[in-house]
Write a protein that binds this ligand. Sequence first.
Ligand code: AMP
Length: 119
Amino acid sequence: MGSDCLFCRIVAGEIPATVVRETATTLAIRDITPKAPVHILVIPKEHYADVATLAQGDPGLAGEVLAAAAVVADDEGLLGDGFRLMFNTGRYGGQEVFHVHAHLLGGAPLGPMLARDLA
Ligand code: AMP
């Protein structure tokens, strides 16, 4: 996508980020406003707007994002106590940056899945 996309610009090195892991196809960076002791964003370098577009367009790359997240979770010491991996998607999902990213959250008990029950 390029110059309009924040995460494409981070991938291109135009905007600084704290990179914790890089592969040929993925980048993992620390979230600039962490919501947990560990809060890392795992993104594919190639631009896909959201997880549905990614999974439909390149399921192999979607798997590489998950695999990268698992390695980072291990590196961060999260496998024992657990963690949360989530993709905010679209308006109802609260997505703000439209370059797909997995939020890897951990390092403390994360509480309920949603702030309140919407059912
Ligand atoms: P979402 O609401 O799922 O689209 O999440 C976007 C995330 O990107 C938020 O958690 C932001 O704190 C994070 N974020 C925004 N700008 C940056 C940046 N320059 N570097 C790292 N994380 C960022």
